[in-house]
Design a binder for this molecule. Sequence first.
Ligand code: HAM
Length: 453
Amino acid sequence: MMHRKAPVPVPGAPIIDTFVPKKGMQPIQSVRGMRDLLPADQHYWRRVSLAATDIATSYGFERIETPIVEETSLFMRGVGRSTDIVEKELYSWETPGGEHVSLRPEGTASAVRSFVQHGMLNQPQPVKLWYQGPMFRYDRPQSGRFRQFSQLGFEVIGDADPVIDAQLMIIGWSYLKTFGIDATVKVNSLGTPESRANYKNALVAYFRSKKAKLSDEDKKRLLKNPLRLLDSKDPAIQELKAEAPQIVDWLDEDSKAHFMRVLEYLDEVGVPYQLDPYLVRGLDYYTKTVFEWYANSDDAELAQSALGGGGRYDGLVEQLGGRPTPAAGFSFGLDRIVSRIKDTQPSSSIGIKHEVFLAQLGEMGRKKALALFEEFREAGILVGEAFSKANIKNQMEIANRRGAKWVIVMGQKETLDGTAIIRDMDAGSQEIVDIKKVVHEIKKKLGRNGETA
Ligand code: HAM
């Protein structure tokens, strides 16, 4: 965990130093692992956000927004002290008031904290929450892995039925289908904490007998978090894994029956899944079902980095101070989903499109156009402008780029006459109309007031 003591402000000290730019100074770059989501990509982000709201609403989820900063102990207790996420990847610091806080590395612990804090147990169960927002992990930046990334999450708190686990995977499947992403969900069951503990013992005994073949990193894992050995990328472990005990053989009867039901529901709906006895997840709160989404791709790197993941976490509410309450959920990594959409469906979008463009000539024309722009906006018509440009040719080029079919020209003469020119950009024809009727005329041409041109 990165821990920094915040600088304590000195009373009376100047807040801003005088800054004198020096010749040849390097421009400041964004922080490593954090990036700008530029305007050219915003339509992808809008698409994933709109689809998120649609799918969440149709499955009866309500949006929750929790703070980006939480007490560090929330993640220690929730995600787990010895997980990589908490041990190595938390952005943590001490506030001037002495609180130990962290940037959230994920959303589940916060959703559960909020559930407990606001007494949501008294609402009809289950409580279905969804969220979307930035998460922070001080991870090694690489393709598809950032230090600030965006997650879309769904949490169902207050229901133990296996149909919930299956439904979460169905939601994930439907969401990915919206974008034509071909993906498979890998599924496993981790059982109850007791059956998992028995399995852990068996796993530790097995890997101890192979200790000579383990790297130093893996030996540490064996001591601290032996289940994580199963998703180690080390080739030696890959080989040893084949002979290792499998968790399904250690599941208690209840977890086994639960898992069977989940798979039956997935079969019924036709969700493509793959059983993966080595899937263990990197967060400590899971019980029973766990799953991860992977794009079906020949690209080895892509096929290895999960688009999303989740599972059941029946013990977390109690662990965070609430009454024992079963729950399950998952989240998608939106950066990875956007990048998948970009790779498979490159778009020629050039940003904002306008159906109407307001061009102006001379100071008087500009003033009239400014006022007319407001009338258009109030009428709900997407209208473009370039008020800072005086040259009419430049303005026409911008209108063309924005795809505007109609351009309204406010020239000196028209302004004096109380008229405006409406130009049809496709036909190249134009007409003169009374300025008071321009909005009405355009509405008619766009078929917006029940009338057509
Ligand atoms: P997670 O598997 O740690 O689970 O993260 C979910 C998804 O977030 C990953 O599958 C990945 O797509 C994305 N992600 C994670 N780290 C990064 C990164 N450094 N850069 C880009 N994308 C990343 C959770 O966070 C759990 N809270 C999921 C959950 C919800 N379980 C139950 N409910």
